[in-house]
Write a protein that binds this ligand. Sequence first.
Ligand code: ADP
Ligand code: 5GP
Length: 186
Amino acid sequence: MKNIVMAISGPSGVGKGTIVDEILKRREDIAESVSCTTRLPRAGEADGREYFFISKEEFLRRIDEGDFLEYDEHFGNYYGTPKSFVEKTLEEKSVILEIDVVGALNAKKAFPDCLLIFVAPPSVEELKKRLVGRASESEEEIERRLSRLEYELAQGEKYDYVVVNDELEKAVQEICDLIDLAKSRE
Ligand code: ADP
Ligand code: 5GP
């Protein structure tokens, strides 16, 4: 079976990180892409694990060289998916990109076979509960994220598949099945 690139997107708090961790635990044939960023590492982050931490000069040079499948600016820093890293990883494994909608659609331009999976919450109420339960953002930040929700959920239409993350195990299995289907296609 061939190796594929896939993008997993969805609103903040829907469970993308949790799902990707589960997939990586059970599938040795799948790896997660490591993005480049110009922001400084936070405590506990390691170069090459959470991100490749590079200078703005290097980032701009690599944009010119066409090394990013997609990139964007958030909060004054650049973030991008390095094509060279994805291509190298693809020699051995399929690659998951956990990125936003704009990034996912750009990835599809670079890799037309890219499998686009959108993770949706079972309900808006449940999504709010997960965001609050994760306790990693302030109330204000949670409100800001929820204010984008309607727009974000509408983006699911642009994806190949929408998977509802109701029961974690079921969602992980469903995504693994979609990956196997894409891997087996010529
Ligand atoms: P994201 O990466 O999409 O922002 P996370 O993976 O951080 O979301 O998940 C947000 C919270 O929801 C976490 O506390 C996680 O444990 C929880 N969670 C994820 N999937 C489920 C699920 N199927 N049912 C209940 N809680 C879940
Ligand atoms: P953080 O600094 O908190 O790790 O990430 C800030 C934002 O950058 C998040 O919204 C995250 O999704 C986004 N981001 C991380 N990596 C990439 C990437 O490779 N490409 C794009 N477009 N955004 C990214």
